[in-house]
Design a protein around this ligand. Sequence first.
Ligand SMILES: *[C@@H]1O[C@H](CO)[C@@H](O)[C@H](O)[C@H]1NC(C)=O
Ligand SMILES: *[C@@H]1O[C@H](CO)[C@@H](O)[C@H](O)[C@H]1NC(C)=O
Ligand SMILES: *[C@@H]1O[C@H](CO)[C@@H](O)[C@H](O)[C@H]1NC(C)=O
Ligand SMILES: *[C@@H]1O[C@H](CO)[C@@H](O)[C@H](O)[C@H]1NC(C)=O
Length: 308
Amino acid sequence: MDVGGHILPHVTRPIKMDPRIGSLWLFATCLGIVMVSCYISGVACDVPDDVVYTDLHKTVRIGDRVVLKCQFRGTPLAVYWKKGDDPERSPTLVSWITGDPATGVCKGERLCRIMEMNAEFSLIIKEVSIVEQGLYVCRVANYKGSQIHNFTDISVFSPPKEPYPIINECQMNSPNDTESTCTISTSQSVEISCSASGYFPNIELYFLHGSTSLHTKDMIEVTNLDGTKNKTIYANATASEISYDCIASIPGSQERRTTTVLVNLRTSSSPMPARSKIPIDKTDGSAAKVASGGSAPMDSTYWPYGGP
Ligand SMILES: *[C@@H]1O[C@H](CO)[C@@H](O)[C@H](O)[C@H]1NC(C)=O
Ligand SMILES: *[C@@H]1O[C@H](CO)[C@@H](O)[C@H](O)[C@H]1NC(C)=O
Ligand SMILES: *[C@@H]1O[C@H](CO)[C@@H](O)[C@H](O)[C@H]1NC(C)=O
Ligand SMILES: *[C@@H]1O[C@H](CO)[C@@H](O)[C@H](O)[C@H]1NC(C)=O
């Protein structure tokens, strides 16, 4: 390809065609061959030797299809996608050695169902779940036979199941009503609870009464089979003009949701409040846990998340 315009113009005249056009043709043809061969073999031509380009970090949603790229120069002898931080000893997920099908060779029934390579040696995870979180290595025996590698760190997240947060004492009455404010009645004090489910990695839940953060004594967090989590917080509420709000916020995102409940005073003579569904109280013998004594810590100034 070293036929430059510097030499040709000095050649004697027998060629009728402008020599610059000839060299242009030659250049275009060479470029075409390079591009076509890169295209056909699916290997990067603009990557230096001895370097593997991977996505350093990827945040993916549970259930998504994920493509982890692995780019290097030339046609490789072998490519291994591994899970872990050790390019040699970490277990191999999918491998490709000259002669293997383009999708590579995988190990294990579950793995083969969700993972394969593509023609560009990217790792495809067809449906990501929480166990796929972590560090991945793409290890390559390149066209010169050098062993090279690079890493991708995957974070998986799962948004909470809609609707959230749920005030359980309201949910029991009208699970499909998310429009109107729920009202519950109590003669003294009632324990209210608030939940979010199916989230990962984390959610913050707390109760506000006006601008006061309620003391939440018990917090229950359980892990589901798919690795997502459910959380429930509990607080004591007394009858009040001011509503109780359960706030859910997802750390690292702008997501912030509020679900509201009103707690009414119920005296034995008064009828049930008009907006009430089925009030929950100890006198009903229903599911809500009811606190006795009027000294619920309503005026707590405990701010677990730095204030309202
Ligand atoms: C790893 O990949 C990153 C991102 O593509 C790149 O900047 C870095 O140079 C690569 N490192 C090696 C050792 O190949
Ligand atoms: C709530 O909605 C679901 C689906 O729309 C329905 O199957 C269920 O019966 C409803 N429950 C009540 C108590 O109305
Ligand atoms: C988490 O919440 C979901 C939906 O409310 C429920 O179906 C599931 O059983 C809960 N998981 C556990 C471990 O309690
Ligand atoms: C609610 O009040 C009862 C009785 O005073 C107490 O045992 C319980 O721990 C309180 N719950 C919370 C969440 O503060």
